[in-house]
Write a protein of this length. Structure first.
Length: 66
């Protein structure tokens, strides 16, 4: 079992990833759901964490950036 990160770390990673994605125009700002999924995937790849947490963090990050 990999070490699951604390929520805050997940959030940090999520916001970083989201900012990068939006900056690169990989994802449209309006497309929050798709972004959330993508970000969650990347977050999970980088840091093993709770899937639900990752998704939530991703969604929040998207809202902040968009």
């Amino acid at each position: 079992m990999a070490k699951v990160l604390k929520k805050r770390t997940v959030k940090k990673v999520a916001s970083k990833v989201t900012k990068k994605a939006v900056a690169k125009k990989v994802v449209a700002k309006k497309d929050a759901k798709a972004v959330g999924k993508k970000v969650a995937k990347i977050v999970l790849k980088k840091k093993p964490a709770n899937k639900k947490t990752a998704r939530k963090a991703a969604k929040k990050a998207v809202k902040k950036v968009a």
